[in-house]
Design a binder for this molecule. Structure first.
Ligand SMILES: N[C@@H](CCC(=O)N[C@@H](CS)C(=O)NCC(=O)O)C(=O)O
Length: 214
């Protein structure tokens, strides 16, 4: 399958790590949001990354893509069967995408992507707003991070989504801080030490070096 996007995006990283966890063969096709490349436009009608192509099947949105991959490649499960564990895994994915992720994008787009990488309009006030939101969000994660293991029992899409957003924050000076948030930091280290994450990081390092943001 083809995954369209760039590993700077927490949503693209989520999908690539999930594919690697399941050992699903995939090709990451480098595409920026809004690309007019026809095969990308067909897969992502609103121009957002990631998008997926699996033979003649196309799909946009990281959560939709993760559900597709989970259904097609059930093992190892990244969405738990147990009702409470499943609810928590989806909650943490949602937190990663729409709470931490949304705040992350305010900072990432207005400090790095807009001004430095893509020369797009940006607004420093939005970045400052994101920074003002961050402490309460990170405090919730620190209070919830488990002493050992994962956010929703077994390793899940929740861990992948939240760690992916934290990884993007490292590019704008807000990476995990072991002194300030030791539980989050220890959990993040567990996630990012997994072979699937490490394999993704090799590709992410290449991208970061190419963009001069390593
Ligand atoms: N809910 C979507 C969000 C995707 C998204 O917002 N991606 C960003 C890049 S990190 C994007 O493409 N932004 C361009 C835009 O909003 O036009 C998902 O989970 O895939």
């Amino acid at each position: 399958m083809k995954i369209y996007g760039a590993l700077l995006s927490p949503f693209v990283r989520k999908v690539v790590v999930a594919a690697r966890e399941k050992d699903v063969a995939h090709e990451l096709v480098a595409v920026s949001p809004g690309s007019s490349r026809p095969e990308f436009v067909e897969a992502s009608p609103f121009g957002k990354i990631p998008a997926l192509r699996d033979d003649d099947f196309t799909l946009a949105d990281s959560s939709a893509i993760l559900h597709y991959i989970e259904a097609k490649h059930p093992a190892p499960a990244l969405i738990p069967a147990d009702p409470q564990a499943r609810g928590k895994a989806i909650w943490w994915e949602e937190f990663g995408d729409t709470v931490l992720g949304a705040t992350t994008l305010k900072i990432l787009f207005n400090r790095l992507v807009g001004p430095k990488l893509r020369k797009l309009p940006f607004d420093e006030n939005v970045a400052l707003q994101g920074e003002a939101e961050l402490p309460a969000i990170l405090a919730h994660l620190e209070a919830s991070a488990p002493d050992e293991g994962w956010l929703a029992g077994g390793f899940s899409i929740g861990d992948i989504a939240v760690a992916s957003a934290l990884r993007s924050l490292t590019y704008v000076g807000h990476g995990p801080d072991a002194a300030a948030r030791p539980r989050t930091s220890a959990w993040y280290t567990r996630v990012t030490s997994r072979p699937a994450w490490q394999a993704m990081e090799v590709d992410e390092a290449v991208m970061a070096a190419r963009l001069g943001i390593a």
